[in-house]
Design a protein around this ligand. Sequence first.
Ligand code: SF4
Length: 359
Amino acid sequence: MSPPTAPHLYLHVPFCTGRCAYCAFRSGPPPPHPERYVDALLREAEARGLLPLPPLHTLYCGGGTPALLGPRGFRRLARAGLFVLARHAEWTVELHPAAVTPPLLETLAEIGVTRLSIGVQSFDDATLARCNRRHTALQAHAAIARARAVIPDTGIDLIAGLPGVSPTLWAETLRQTVTLGLPHVSVYALSIEPASAWGRAGVSPPDPDALCDAVAQAADTLAAAGLRRYETSNHARPGRACRHNLNTWHGGDYVGLGPGACSRLGRLRRDGDGREERLSAEDDALERALTRLRLATGFHPDRLRTRFPILVRRFPHWERRLARFRAMGFLSPANAPTTRGHEILDALERALLEPPPQG
Ligand code: SF4
């Protein structure tokens, strides 16, 4: 029997020209011929028995800095025989502002890339320098304009809670963001990872209240500009949510290739270090069901009945807990997280993970 596979593929490109101060991802300098990395991805897919993949509904190239594959690498990727795209497939590529060049954009459009996500993080030059981002605000604006002219579905990432960013400075980054009229903005709350440069240097994590305020300020500003918070860290105009990530939050299967890429195929979970674990049927269902808590569509146990019959005995317990969360202002009447709910999402999830009382 061939191993299970999925029409959602994540490709990790582990190259960066430098190291951002907050970053603990697996990445290193690009090799002399980065385009040859495509062959390594193909070999990995073959060795793991994943080929042929079904026609992809979504493909996501993340990093690292995927742009370092260059036009040649992306053309090689499109022709490698690693995947075929289904009709109306979504293909997203993450881009660093300093790497957005006209030849790369033309290549990406030519091979069928439909979405771009540019890592802006801040529109303040002093903050960018402190983070060792290796680009300026002006470069970010130019990259966004250039990218949108070729691939209109271009969004950006921002980081809330960066050191030295006052509420006023953060408001200015948000103001510049909304004036762009983008279809998608991700806002990640800073965490200081021990393996990052800041972690090793003992930089203090942001004050939790100030961080929550910054994230809430972003959500309010973006909502006022027509971008709905459809997931804890993601905001989009109608119809512009990232379908690749939505598949994951709806508990779907996906294949990840490259060092640092996770996979979820049936009950098999593979982490970024290549460790595989076969989950029990109940743990698998729990994990897949509870990721929906993050979504603005709301968490409705009753709608999970057909997909996760093994969880049905938990539903009365969940309904009681959800009613309490609503009463405490953590969930809306439609069971979607409120601003306060997003702040304590892990705690809500842990409470639902507890086994129902006996008897
Ligand atoms: S944050 Fe992104 S660009 Fe910066 S070092 Fe990490 S992977 Fe590279």
